[in-house]
Design a binder for this molecule. Structure first.
Ligand SMILES: C[S@@+](CC[C@H](N)C(=O)[O-])C[C@H]1O[C@@H](n2cnc3c(N)ncnc32)[C@H](O)[C@@H]1O
Length: 237
């Protein structure tokens, strides 16, 4: 990778880390304590001795939920404040939760293979040019028969549509800088997430507008364009 590309990647990831560090250092939880709606469903497909990787775990709501169900969970983040909050919540508990400071652009294969890999609301923050490579990397960490789940923003999202409108109509650029938070977001086109998982069994796939509860600086219920997927790696691929 050329030096300029590496510098851009670092500064874009740094902007994201800075935003979330500031949010996660506040006294109340940014995302709330309930797991992502897909996570209880994912847990119902896993054997009790399953190992799970949660990438970009935020303050740990999904990882903590799964560790409390006695799964062996490894959760990664770039925000030390997110990891600190998760550590505080589980400090008195006996479950198996390993929290690691690790950038999703870095190799994760030293962590071994997993029965499930979760990337909830994190792929959109990765370097757009590297997204295919990173999805390929995390897919390779799923054991045959195991699960990959992701949730991410799509071009139906009101933020994307207003950015496209202010650019004078439909924008072919799928990556925008958040107007206030200054971090980069890559929106996915219709069917794009699914296209990375040809040959996998789709247990759940939904794209459309969803209502999100108030969180962080957003004090009202609001809508997002989302793709949500639970896919199973078939035996033999
Ligand atoms: C929208 S939040 C979602 C947090 C969590 N997955 C959840 O749903 O509660 C995105 C998270 O991804 C993390 N993140 C962004 N870029 C990352 C990267 N390159 N590697 C690991 N985590 C990253 C951010 O720090 C932030 O906590």
């Amino acid at each position: 990778m050329a030096w300029t590309e590496l510098k851009d990647l670092e500064s874009a990831t740094e902007k994201c880390r800075r935003y979330y560090d500031a949010q996660y250092s506040k006294s109340s939880s940014y995302w709330g304590e309930q797991p992502n709606l897909l996570v209880p469903l994912i847990s119902s497909y896993l054997r009790p001795d399953s190992r799970i990787l949660v990438v970009g775990c935020g303050e740990g709501r999904d990882a903590i939920f799964l560790a409390r169900l006695d799964f062996e969970v490894v959760a990664t983040e770039i925000s030390s404040f997110g990891l600190k909050r998760a550590k505080e919540i589980v400090s008195e508990e006996n479950g198996s939760l390993v929290l690691l400071m690790l950038d999703a652009h870095e190799p994760h294969d030293h962590l071994g293979q997993f029965d499930a890999v979760l990337m909830m609301n994190v792929i959109q923050h990765l370097s757009p040019d590297l997204i295919p490579d990173r999805i390929g990397h995390f897919k390779s960490l799923v054991k045959p028969g195991g699960i990959f789940s992701a949730q991410l923003f799509t071009v139906e999202d009101p933020h994307f549509l207003s950015a496209a409108n202010s650019a004078g109509g439909f924008s072919r650029r799928l990556t925008i800088e958040h107007p206030e938070r200054k971090y980069r977001i890559r929106f996915f086109e219709k069917g794009e997430l699914r296209s990375y998982f040809n040959g996998w069994e789709m247990i759940h796939y939904h794209e459309g507008l969803i209502w999100d509860k108030p969180h962080g600086v957003q004090s009202d219920f609001h809508q997002h364009g989302m793709a949500r997927m639970i896919a199973r790696r078939r035996l033999g691929i």
